[in-house]
Design a protein. Structure first.
Length: 201
């Protein structure tokens, strides 16, 4: 695939043709990030001979994943695009956890819908008698950021830690996870079990 047919900035061209080590692309909304990723995947397959099944393209929403798959089908053909992993971050994490549980003959936890998560969170606050004293939305946003960060309870106010512990106990009792737990557990699972990488191929 010749890149001369596309108008690319020097930074975009560098990202598309990068081949050594990791390449982090930081750009604002509407700057062409998806276009660059799309071109990069096509360039790797068509110009560098990279196997499509060794390429993973992750998005945050199912809609975005579907749109990206459609773009890749148009650019390199349906056969190649179908061999790529084009999915949401959450679906990949669930795939990792499901495979790990299958190998250890364990049940896969239920992953809660975001709306259900907040209902469980409000239940935890209610059981502690705090739902009328604190704004559940504000407390949950604080915990959600914490869950995707360092996850050190020393960084949270004591009352928030109490709510978090009650919330996690409720989920554990029902064998349920929220989406942030799913991502973290998937990362931890891969770090602890490298053989999963081969099982997921």
């Amino acid at each position: 695939m010749g890149l001369s047919a596309f108008t690319l900035s020097p930074q975009q061209r560098a990202a598309v043709t990068h081949t050594t080590g990791a390449c982090q692309v930081l750009a604002g909304h509407g700057s062409g990030k998806t276009f660059v990723i799309e071109l990069r995947a096509a360039w790797l397959v068509q110009e560098k001979g990279v196997l499509p099944e060794s390429i993973g393209l992750l998005t945050f929403t199912r809609k975005a994943a579907g749109e990206l798959r459609g773009r890749m089908e148009s650019r390199i053909g349906t056969e190649y695009a179908e061999r790529m992993r084009i999915q949401t971050t959450w679906s990949l994490a669930l795939e990792i956890i499901s495979e790990e549980k299958r190998l250890s003959d364990q049940q896969v936890p239920i992953v809660l819908d975001p709306l259900d998560v907040f209902a469980y969170f409000r239940r935890a606050m209610s059981e502690l008698g705090l739902d009328s004293e604190l704004n559940p939305k504000n407390v949950w946003e604080t915990i959600a950021r914490w869950k995707m960060g360092e996850r050190d309870t020393a960084l949270l106010p004591p009352v928030t830690v109490s709510i978090l512990k009650r919330y996690q106990l409720i989920l554990e009792a029902e064998r349920k996870w929220d989406l942030s737990d799913l991502i973290v557990k998937a990362i931890e699972t891969l770090a602890e079990n490298q053989t999963l990488l081969h099982a997921l191929d």
